[in-house]
Unconditional design. Sequence first.
Length: 349
Amino acid sequence: MMALAGYPLGVRCTFLDRAADAPGAQVAPILLGDLEDPARLAELAAGSDVVTFDWENISGAALAPLERVTAIRPPRAALEASQDRLTEKALFSRLRIPVAPHAAVDSEAQLLAAIRRLGLPGILKTRRMGYDGKGQFVIGTLDDVDLAWSRIGGAGLIYERFQRFSREVSIIGARSVAGDIVYYPLAANTHSGGILRHTVAPFAGAALERSARAHLKRVMQALDYVGVLAIEFFVVDGRLVANEMAPRVHNSGHWTIEGCVTSQFENHVRAICGLPLGSTRPLGHAAMINFIGSMPDRARMLRIEGLAFHDYGKQPRPGRKLGHCTILAGRAKDRGQALMHALRFVEWT
Ligand code: AMP
């Protein structure tokens, strides 16, 4: 999606990926190799004006040597801050962005101490390498502790107080090399099993949007950020509580391809290439549905008015994001109806 956004601008992408059949290989040249292979990274950097990433678990240490050869955008500091849930929360707190009460956990005794201090229910998570709900265990009562520990126990965990949220929302914005910032409308996200299922945007909530923008701006400015950044929040008692940030284009912004004047992918490309940012004005009421584990019937979906279909060309696997669709409607009510209609054809496996 980033490469496709680059073409009309005259920007050409090359990808580094472990698999020859990676989605990017359908639309751009691909270097095959491990994402942290120094030789492959050096080859990528030597042939590029700028290097970016759409997966935030690549190690900062692997990227550091490339900085002598080319620009790495977003900055490595943002990548590294987002890789560890504890440092991420420390950054948020330092910038006066509310987070769930939490504690670092490296042993079962520390977990019990954290539960005594913070209370139940809570979630035990791995601090690093967690995404799409992987490496998480909900602890409802003390009886769950042993099972949680046997599943994901070890060093490098975090225990968080469970947030009784009314909504999950995300804000996405882009910051240019010159320091200009644009914000997309707030999006409301529905997760299940830790995986994003669908998003609606714009999500009406002027006060929440103002505060989400202010939080995003503080993070971007603190990190001297360049590119697209997303922050996910819980809405608890009408207030935002930050869950995590993603220093990359974000799944909850896929709707912007059809739903905004300039998509998140194009604005990411513009930002990292030192170009001016484009308008984030929404073109209607959008909904995005992820295709997870299996693809829905294409012809059936395409009969739905205002629906755009995206097949990433991946091999189906349970829990794998294989594509998405976006519905764009003139009125929020029509968007809601089309979303309900489309959801009937989508099976998540
Ligand atoms: P994460 O990997 O942190 O994005 O978590 C995935 C999903 O799990 C979130 O989108 C929430 O739906 C849920 N979740 C994570 N942390 C919490 C929490 N502290 N309280 C309630 N739900 C949570």
